[in-house]
Design a protein around this ligand. Structure first.
Ligand code: 5RP
Length: 223
């Protein structure tokens, strides 16, 4: 396993060990949170840990089945004890960029529903300031006007295209994903608000409003 993968596993396992019996938890998407789910699966088998998870993507739901993690819904559990998720960039203020896996809309809904938000990363995701292109979930009907508005905000929106599929990536919710570069982001909260105010944008990959309940775990390769 590479150093980066070992660091992700360390972060994921440490997050899974914070989960207590009886909790209902949000399950993010991505390779780091899948390590947390692997460890939760082990704890369910060996300790009899009783939990239920709300998955943020089809892929996470499939992994949960594989690891034996019972699933539930936000309709049954509108308030979650905690959510575990990865991130693409994390600033010292705990502002995040998320959405490489195109799951940002459900990830933000689930993080918002949780009392505590555990972000699991390897060191490469820790940055002094956010600068990554921001993933955006966009209603297909509106993408032309959305792009015009994003350019007025100083962004450079690029439609995300499939790798083994021609044309646009379609999210689990049936929408387009754009990646929009803004250079160095000096005021993430203001930019998150400005982007989310554009009609047709369903969610923005800046997570700047959750800092008070966020704990960041940075995994170590040697652990
Ligand atoms: C998916 C995400 C992921 O959590 C983020 O991209 C981190 O992924 P990984 O843990 O594989 O590095 O936001 O939409």
């Amino acid at each position: 396993m590479s150093d980066a993968a070992m660091a992700k596993r360390d972060a994921g396992f440490r997050a899974a060990d914070m989960v207590k019996d009886g909790m209902v938890i949000g399950l993010g998407t991505g390779s780091t949170v899948f390590f947390a789910m692997e460890r939760l699966g082990e704890r369910i088998k060996t300790e009899g840990l009783k939990i239920a998870g709300v998955p943020t993507s089809h892929q996470t739901a499939q992994r949960a089945e594989e690891y034996g993690i019972p699933l539930t819904t936000l309709s049954l559990h509108p308030k979650l004890d905690l959510a575990i998720d990865g991130a693409d960039q994390v600033s010292p203020e705990k502002y995040l960029v998320k959405g490489r896996g195109a799951a940002l809309l459900r990830e933000k809904i689930v993080a918002d529903a949780a009392d505590k938000f555990i972000v699991v990363i390897d060191e490469s995701k820790s940055v002094t300031g956010l600068s990554a292109a921001i993933p955006l979930e966009v209603l297909p009907f509106a993408y032309g006007s959305v792009c015009r508005r994003l350019k007025e905000l100083g962004g450079d929106p690029v439609m995300r295209n499939g790798v083994k599929k021609d044309g646009p990536v379609i999210s689990d919710n049936g929408n387009y994903i754009f990646d929009c570069a803004f250079g160095n982001i000096t005021d993430p909260k203001a930019l998150e608000d400005a982007i989310n105010a554009i009609p047709g944008i369903l969610e923005c990959g800046i997570f700047a409003k959750l800092t008070e309940k966020t704990t960041v775990i940075i995994g170590k390769p040697s652990a």
